[in-house]
Design a protein around this ligand. Structure first.
Ligand code: FMN
Length: 307
């Protein structure tokens, strides 16, 4: 009997769709696998490119995982799959809202129950806490996470800081200003190289081997930048605080939220240009004394697909 694999994702620019297309190509070509793919569609879709204020006005709902309504999916809760591949992008250190909505839906709760799941992330470069949220949502569905693949923008932490938001607000990846602002998005070679994950999965399923947390080991599925952990934690605390205030003021798009969002944006920029360099310097200076702690953090966030 053929093995059944389901792929679920949402994408605005098509980047994540591209990643998944290469990822599942060996599964799509396999004669022993039945592949189903579904695309998440919010009833009121998010704009792309994003208007400036609309972009930032999304963070309160994103950090609180407030689910938008999704169009019904062509799936039955009683369908069973041997493996589910969940592709998602990160929005404000959380799984994107369409993904959060899917994971909180009754359909996901029945589909994912007792089923191995692989998460595939394509984002700027801050995904560690989003994956922590996703793990919780998957556990609430009764799913078990057997693998995680994380692809990040080629511009690096500093380069992508401007490049990715500009891409989101213009729809164009760049580069700009003669390369001063690098190209946004994941490197094309890395996207093509995702085929290796599909090949591993295809051979495991073909040979009827047990699908467990060793599935994607030793394939360079994730790379942990421990320097970002403290930054992500501090930013998330700030998002939760300000996001709580903004949600109390009104729903997404309410005019009363606009001046507060604009003020928060300025506050964030000031915070980033003052606190970030100091904290990066402190981390570099204290790095040699923190080796053990860094190794523990790397091992934790690499699970289940670390090398
Ligand atoms: C509203 C919004 C917030 C984002 N926040 C983050 C973030 O916190 N961390 C990150 O690494 N990338 C972030 N990104 C970038 C996305 O994860 C992703 O790279 C980009 O949206 C392209 O995905 P797509 O396949 O949907 O086009 C954000 C994008 C959007 C639209």
């Amino acid at each position: 009997m053929k093995k059944k694999v389901l792929v679920v994702h949402y994408s605005q620019s098509g980047q994540l769709s591209d990643v998944l297309r290469h990822f599942v190509a060996p599964l799509a070509d396999s004669d022993c696998i039945e592949l189903r793919q579904v695309f998440l569609r919010p009833k009121i879709d998010y704009p792309f490119p994003w208007p400036f204020l609309r972009f930032f006005d999304t963070f309160p709902e994103a950090v609180y995982l407030d689910p938008p309504e999704l169009e019904p999916l062509d799936l039955d809760g009683n369908d069973r799959f041997d493996l589910i591949i969940l592709g998602y992008q990160v929005w404000f250190l959380s799984p994107s809202l369409p993904t959060a909505a899917f994971l909180q839906s009754p359909l996901a709760h029945s589909l994912l129950r007792d089923t191995p799941v692989i998460t595939v992330i394509a984002c700027r470069d801050m995904w560690l806490l989003a994956q922590e949220q996703t793990k919780k949502l998957l556990a609430a569905c009764g799913a078990y996470l057997v693998g995680n693949v994380a692809l990040v923008d080629e511009a690096g932490s500093i380069g992508s800081f401007l490049a990715t938001p500009i891409w989101m607000m213009t729809g164009k990846k760049g580069p700009r200003l003669g390369g001063l602002i690098p190209r946004a998005g994941v490197k094309q070679e890395q996207i093509l190289d995702c085929k290796r994950f599909g090949e591993r999965i295809e051979s495991m399923l073909r040979e009827n081997r047990t699908i467990d947390v060793t599935l994607l080991r030793n394939l360079n599925a994730v790379k942990i930048n421990t320097k970002l952990i403290a930054t992500e934690r501090a930013a998330r605390r700030s998002f939760l605080l300000w996001g709580g205030l903004l949600r109390a003021l009104g729903p997404q798009g309410a005019w009363i939220r606009r001046p507060v969002v604009a003020f928060y944006f300025v506050f964030l920029v000031v915070l980033l240009v003052t606190v970030l360099p100091v904290s990066a310097l402190l981390k570099t200076l204290t790095g040699p004394f923190m080796r053990k702690r860094i190794a523990v953090q790397t091992a934790y966030f690499s699970e289940p697909s670390g090398n």
